[in-house]
Design a protein around this ligand. Structure first.
Ligand code: HEM
Length: 741
């Protein structure tokens, strides 16, 4: 919502000031500041902002500044650098107590970093980060992961921010060493004293993290703004010598030539005061201001502006590329769409990239008859092959034993579990599709897995989103999407080779795996003219099962271990349950789960908390449909926010907290929840749900039965914030030790 004109802006920001005071979501800034910042104002006032002491500091800086200008010896010069030094030094003196010489290397570095970040935020790419009206920004809001990959300087921004942070931390340590609590000298001193006073308050806003962010805020907000205004001001004075002459006349008259100007002079210098105002008015430094958000639902003129957390209500439209997409938010609306109107909402959204690879075949990205028949056949075949039954359970148990052996080989030394945790689920799918599992060192297996991992990484990238939203890019620009096609070509040819081997040894009365079952179905349907069961569809379906069934499960396992590391109390309770129900020597099995309510709750909580696929895979409506007063035309993309259900605060109090209690009743029994929807719901619900749930339970209990998890860093430093949000939530990389029990 854009507010234009004095009356509207005044009404919102003054008359309804409190209601409009929230800062709107800016993903790029949020990632760097992680929601911190903001308590500097009171400290800056303590340091004399608006009083004499700050004025003294400004005057001192002005003298140095004039000296520097004198050194230009009246030769032509670009004033940018010198004009930036003075405001930067002002902020330095407020924060660090001292000003710097304009040639000081630390000062130059600091200024460079502030400038670099402001330059990035001012670049054309910043449209993505800052301006709401841009449709790409909306994509970034839904897929903030895009920020990582966009060919802008976003990563430089984060890096520079990190460097500024470490400089501040170093300075803070120096301040800590010499702090006199009765005589605070600068903002850091004030903050440290407040931190000490509030050290027993767990919700205190006075933490080192907030201090560093506040300092970055002050530099960002207080240097380039002032220096750009000064620069623009000088340019305007150059252009208007008559105005300049009148100011100088006033200066001669009120201040004279030898003493420093002071704030008292202002009231005697109306013309100069007017010029400074006019420079600010004319240069209009921050034209659209920083975005605000409302703090509660507000009726403003004839509009109802809903609070940020429910900005657009349960059903709203965003633009992906040039196409509108409807977003569904919250359990009720999701149930109404995906279950009550299941058929209409069962279409798959448009994925130009996937369409090139799958050509309308397979399950995940297909539609209509091909989707329906392939999905029905796959579900039935998975069941026949033992998914949800004992036989597949035995495969998973066998795989869990191999995984435990591999983990044992790490000899309790620090290791990143990513690779081993992706081998195990991949092997489970291999055993379903090809009948056999592979050794974790088998070169064929490694290449095959490598191609999938690489594609997962690329497909989660912004570049691919751009290709999906602007399909013309696929043909005309070089990029990693070509790598995706190459990798899929490799995977397909590998599967084709396996299919040929199967064809040569097929016994129609004794199908061994998914490929055999599909070949038999192909044979049965060969006279059907609308052939769904073709070789091409077999390969696309096998690829789909691999891509849907490996990274999903392995990322959940990896994230799960990280959460268990961070919460040793939870891990200890799971291990206690394992000791009492399974004991040490036999393999965990699915029957154990009913006797292990706590462990069951932990596995559910891991899936709820990590919210692996926040907006699921885009759906589409299969015909024009009237839904809650909206007419949604056939083919419109529908994004289902699983996050909104998994983080429902009515169902899960404190949804941002990892707490297995979300799935336990008062007596410690497992408590089911309709809002547990990590696999989505309705006609497109995950085909591998029961397989994945078996794997998660068996792999996690097998690991905890045999090992104690030991972190390699301090508990409080373990960060569980996902490193990419958007298409999927991925945990930050980490190491741990598997200590045999
Ligand atoms: C923790 C593990 C997993 C999670 C969180 C997960 C989640 C999901 C989600 C959210 C969807 C999209 C549903 C929709 O469009 O509404 C999906 C689809 C799908 N999943 Fe899974 N999945 C997991 C494991 C698996 C496994 C192991 C398999 C392999 C058998 C699998 C096969 C599929 C397939 C084939 C689809 C496409 C369904 C369709 O379009 O009709 N998934 N999954």
């Amino acid at each position: 919502m854009v507010l234009c004109g004095y009356e509207a802006v005044k009404e919102a920001l003054i008359d309804l000031g409190e209601g409009f005071s929230q800062r709107s979501s800016l993903p790029v800034l949020e990632r760097s500041v992680k929601g911190c910042g903001g308590c500097a104002r009171v400290h800056v006032q303590n340091l004399g902002m608006g009083k004499r002491s700050i004025e003294d500091r400004v005057q001192e800086e002005v003298c140095c500044h004039v000296e520097e200008l004198r050194k230009t010896n009246t030769s032509p010069c670009d004033p940018t650098f010198i004009l930036s030094c003075a405001p930067c030094n002002m902020i330095s003196s407020i924060i660090y107590q001292n000003r710097f010489d304009y040639k000081d290397q630390t000062f130059l570095n600091l200024m460079e970093k502030v400038k670099e970040n402001l330059r990035i935020l001012n670049s054309p790419w910043s449209v993505l980060y800052l301006i709401d009206s841009c449709f790409l920004f909306q994509v970034c809001n839904i897929f903030p992961v895009l920020l990582d990959y966009f060919p802008g300087s976003y990563n430089t921004f984060l890096k520079t921010f990190a460097q500024m942070r470490s400089y501040t931390l170093e300075k803070t340590r120096e301040h800590q060493a010499s702090l006199d609590i009765n005589n605070p000298q600068d903002l850091i001193d004030f903050f440290l004293i407040k931190m000490e006073q509030e050290k027993h308050n767990h919700q205190s806003e006075y933490t080192l993290e907030i201090l560093t962010v506040t300092i970055a805020d002050l530099f960002a907000a207080g240097t380039e703004t002032v220096s750009t205004t000064l620069r623009h001001g000088l340019l305007l004075l150059l252009k208007h010598p008559d105005v300049t002459a009148k100011i100088q006349e006033e200066i001669d008259h009120v201040i004279g030539r030898h003493r420093s100007p002071c704030m008292q002079d202002k009231s005697h210098m109306p013309y100069t005061d007017a010029v400074v105002h006019e420079v600010q008015r004319y240069s209009d430094l921050v034209p659209t201001n920083l975005p605000h958000a409302v703090t509660c639902d507000i009726k403003f003129r004839n509009y109802l502006i809903p609070k940020l957390s429910k900005v657009y209500g349960p059903v709203y439209t965003v633009y992906l590329g040039l196409e509108p997409a409807v977003v569904l938010h919250g359990y009720e609306v999701m149930k109404e769409a995906l279950i009550a109107a299941g058929e209409e909402f069962s279409g798959r959204g448009h994925f130009p990239m996937a369409e090139r690879v799958n050509k309308g075949h397979g399950i995940i990205f297909s539609n209509g008859k091909i989707w329906k028949e392939t999905r029905r056949f796959s579900l039935m075949t998975l069941r026949n092959l033992g998914v949800g039954k004992r036989s597949i359970e035995e495969h998973i148990q066998e795989e869990a034993r191999c995984l435990v052996e591999e983990l044992r080989r790490t000899n309790a030394s620090p290791c990143d579990p990513t690779f081993l945790l992706s081998c195990a689920p991949c092997n489970v799918i291999c055993s379903i599709i090809f009948r056999n599992r592979f050794d974790y060192t088998d070169p064929n297996f490694l290449t095959f897995l490598g191609k999938f991992n690489e594609n997962f990484r690329i497909l989660n990238s912004l570049w691919i989103q751009a290709c999906n939203n602007f399909p013309a890019l696929i043909d005309y620009l070089p990029g990693s999407h070509n790598k995706v096609f190459k990798n899929f070509a490799y995977v397909k040819s590998y599967i084709l080779e396996k299919v040929k081997e199967h064809q040569a040894s097929l016994d129609v009365n004794d199908p061994r795996d998914f490929i055999d079952c599909f070949l038999i179905k192909m044979e049965q349907e060969k006279h059907n003219h609308q052939m769904v069961f073709t070789l091409e569809n077999l390969i696309a379906t096998a690829v789909d099962l691999f891509r849907a069934g490996t990274e999903t499960t392995s990322t959940t396992l990896r994230y799960g271990l990280l959460l268990l590391l961070k919460h040793p109390d939870v891990t200890a309770k799971v291990q206690k349950e394992i000791d009492s129900v399974i004991e040490r020597h036999r393999s965990p099995c699915m029957q154990d789960r009913i006797h292990m309510p706590y462990t069951d709750a932990v596995v559910h909580e891991i899936q709820r908390y990590i919210d692996l696929v926040p907006i699921s895979v885009p759906h589409a409506v299969t015909r024009d449909i009237k839904f809650r007063n909206y007419l949604i035309p056939k083919g419109t993309t529908v994004l289902t926010s699983l996050t909104s259900v998994l983080r429902d605060d009515q169902e899960f109090p404190n949804p941002e907290v990892f707490d297995p209690g979300h799935f336990l009743d008062e007596s410690g029994n497992f408590k089911k929840s309709d809002c547990f929807m990590p696999f989505s719901t309705g006609k497109r619900v995950c085909v591998g749900e029961s397989l994945a749930r078996m794997e998660l339970f068996l792999f996690l209990t097998s690991i905890l039965q045999k090992f104690t998890l030991e972190p390699v860093i301090d508990l409080k430093d373990i960060d569980t914030t996902p490193i990419s949000r958007g298409l999927s939530h991925v945990p930050p990389s980490y190491q741990l030790r598997f200590i045999p029990v």
